[in-house]
Design a protein around this ligand. Structure first.
Ligand code: NAP
Length: 275
């Protein structure tokens, strides 16, 4: 990759100590297509977010992918927020068009496009476990594609708020045996994420062959939840597929060209194997 004064810069930002796979995936795509782009990564303190956004304009950074904990906070500093991101209540993608910053959300596409490869969504019953940013995007996407959604969360007030925003039912995480009646189970919590890879709140015996199980957690690549689901013969969707599909959409928004899906998936999986 040759970097010059005309190379366009994209990057991601997350909280201090957060590691991201996005540079590997996006740079592999730029290289494959010979695009004059580079993708960087930075960790920030939340109190520096407003200055960072000014820097995006000053340095003419073309695109910024936003991860925890900035997805809501960054909305305060942008010039425009698209309707979908407003409805979800979170921005994971910022595009800089000649100094005007617009916030979008591609996480919901990560959910629906990764599920599309294994199931029809329309008419299915889906259980979203969690009520944070990823869960909000999942609930939006599933409802948009015609699923009936139930939300389960440890903090019931957060489940209630999300359920009211999207007009669906909600339960405390302790009622999780209700997933027996469900078709698609989506873990949108951080439970099972490295280093606490043995953490699990869904008892193994609840998962059956009829289920489709998506885990947003992508580190480790095969989480304990997905291992259990695999053992039961359920269809599984890796968190890396969700990450890939939200990134594919960002790639198109930043560069204006279609992303090379296979190259980006291969780069991502290789990096996850090395973790
Ligand atoms: P978030 O806004 O901080 O929400 C975290 C969620 O996890 C909340 O619902 C929280 O419940 C729940 N939770 C945390 N620890 C728990 C525990 N010990 N027991 C039960 N529930 C627990 O985070 P987020 O942005 O939604 O991200 C959630 C996960 O999705 C993270 O692992 C993130 O890396 C992953 N993610 C993946 C992708 C992808 O493309 N694959 C995209 C976005 C996010 P409470 O409300 O009770 O605290």
């Amino acid at each position: 990759m040759k970097i010059t004064s005309s190379t366009k810069i994209c990057m991601n930002i997350g909280g201090l100590g957060r590691k991201s796979m996005s540079p590997i995936m996006h740079n592999a795509g730029y290289q494959e297509l010979g695009l004059d782009f580079v993708y960087l990564s930075a960790s920030l303190k939340i109190e520096d977010l407003e200055d960072f956004v000014k820097g995006v304009k000053a340095m003419q950074i073309r695109g910024v992918s936003v991860i925890i904990p900035f997805k809501q906070e960054i909305m305060n500093f942008l010039d425009n927020i698209d309707d979908t991101a407003k409805e979800i209540g979170a921005v994971n993608t910022v595009v800089n068009d000649n100094g005007r910053l617009t916030g979008y959300n591609t996480d919901w596409l990560g959910v629906v496009n990764s599920l599309k490869n294994v199931t029809e969504i329309n008419g299915k019953k889906a259980a979203v476990l969690g009520a944070g940013g990823a869960a909000r995007a999942a609930v939006y996407g599933l409802i948009k594609k015609g699923a009936r959604v139930s939300i389960f969360n440890r903090t019931v007030e957060k489940a209630k708020k999300l359920a009211e925003d999207f007009d669906c039912e909600y339960f405390p995480l302790t009622d999780v045996e209700k997933i027996k009646e469900i078709d698609i189970i989506l873990n949108m919590t951080s439970v099972g994420m490295s280093p606490e890879v043995d953490k699990l709140f869904l008892p193994e015996n609840l998962i059956e062959k009829k289920h489709i199980v998506l885990d947003a957690v992508y580190n480790p690549h095969e989480t304990k939840l997905l291992k259990n689901a695999n053992k039961k013969g359920a269809k599984i969707v890796y968190g890396s597929e969700m990450l890939l599909h939200q990134g594919i959409e960002q790639f198109r928004m930043y560069t204006g060209v279609e992303a090379p899906e296979k190259i980006m998936r291969d780069a991502l999986l290789e990096a996850l194997r090395e973790e």
